[in-house]
Design a protein around this ligand. Structure first.
Ligand SMILES: Nc1ncnc2c1ncn2[C@@H]1O[C@H](COP(=O)(O)OP(=O)(O)OP(=O)(O)O)[C@@H](O)[C@H]1O
Ligand SMILES: [Mg+2]
Length: 303
């Protein structure tokens, strides 16, 4: 059952609309063929740093007695972008929260199955959730900078909270700068690092949150509808950034925007009612899916 409207923010409600603009099959095919395939593979720069891959095996998740995931198995290849798509309430957010041990923080939240990062079980008895979350960072739907902190401190806070090694004060500035550069925000904020993070535009705030996530040098960045609160220009900027981030990180992105999945993702997984229906190269999902339900969803016939 999807959360009732009264429990969802306005942003979440608008983001829950399926298949933004319900593009036609021809439009999706065009988006996929423009951006994917050999041409785009050629245009993609080689990784600057080899990230680690993840693998989910038969992941089940519950909220109390209610089962939200019914056995999801998916590989996340290193330095690749994997999109998760599916109608509202199918379990996309639950699944990404399982991928960095955040689901267990929800009262009644329970996870079974296995999730590995570079072969290591992130749910092993000796795996520390705080360390896991520093290796598998998360960017949320709505930009959530720390409201009272400056631009600089928002990024530095990521380092302080990571639970990892303390960063020397002298190194902190360099780390903040490189993280803001990595998030494509440095040029816009370098002269006002002490201004409040909240003084930035929505798109800049989201890039600030990406800077905060990458400051701790994660292996994987999870993004749950990172553009749903942004205008088209800010959205495009984040999509370009995702292309750059994949040179260093493994990326998992939840999106309701079919064209966005077609533009940014190497592989796409279609979920329905807590199950995985189909996982394939994005081009195939949008142009020649095996499952009829995938075809119907990507062409906006149901949501
Ligand atoms: N905190 C919660 N407590 C109880 N049930 C929840 C909670 N969060 C989600 N659920 C339920 O789990 C199921 C999966 O929800 P989830 O938020 O993962 O879906 P989603 O695919 O991310 O949806 P959307 O596209 O609307 O964001 C839904 O039935 C939802 O109602
Ligand atoms: Mg969600």
């Amino acid at each position: 059952m999807a959360p009732s409207d009264s429990t969802r923010t306005e942003t979440e409600q608008s983001a829950a609309q399926p298949a933004v603009g319900a593009p036609s099959a021809a439009e999706l095919r065009a988006a996929a063929q423009t951006d994917l395939g050999e041409r785009r593979a050629d245009a993609r720069p080689a990784p600057l740093q080899t990230a680690r891959g993840m693998e989910a095996r038969d992941v089940l998740a519950w909220y109390g007695a209610s089962q939200a995931l019914k056995g999801i198995s998916l590989p996340f290849a290193p330095n690749q972008v994997t999109a998760l798509i599916g109608p509202s309430g199918c379990g996309k957010s639950t699944f990404v929260r399982c991928l960095n041990r955040m689901h267990e923080e929800i009262p009644g939240g329970r996870v079974e199955g296995q999730i590995t990062l570079d072969g290591h079980d992130i749910y092993a008895s000796d795996a520390d959730p705080v360390t896991v979350r520093s290796k598998i960072g998360m960017v949320f739907q709505k930009p959530n900078p720390f409201p009272t902190k400056s631009i600089f401190d928002n990024v530095a806070a990521g380092l302080k909270l990571s639970g990892g090694k303390r960063v020397k004060r002298s190194d902190l500035r360099d780390r903040v700068e490189s993280s803001l550069r990595g998030a494509g925000l440095w040029e816009e904020v370098k002269d006002r690092l002490s201004a409040p993070g909240m003084s930035l535009s929505g798109g800049q705030q989201q890039r600030l949150c990406i800077a905060r996530a990458i400051a701790v040098e994660p292996e994987v960045v999870l993004m749950d509808e990172p553009c749903s609160a942004l205008d088209p220009v800010a959205t495009l900027r984040i999509e370009e950034l995702i292309h750059e981030l994949r040179q260093r990180y493994t990326i998992v992105i939840v999106t309701h925007n079919m064209q966005q999945a077609a533009r940014v993702a190497d592989s796409t997984a279609f979920m329905l009612s807590g199950e995985l229906v189909e996982f394939a190269p994005t081009n195939k999902i949008f142009t020649d899916p095996d499952d009829e339900r995938t075809e119907q969803y990507v062409t906006g016939k149901f949501g």
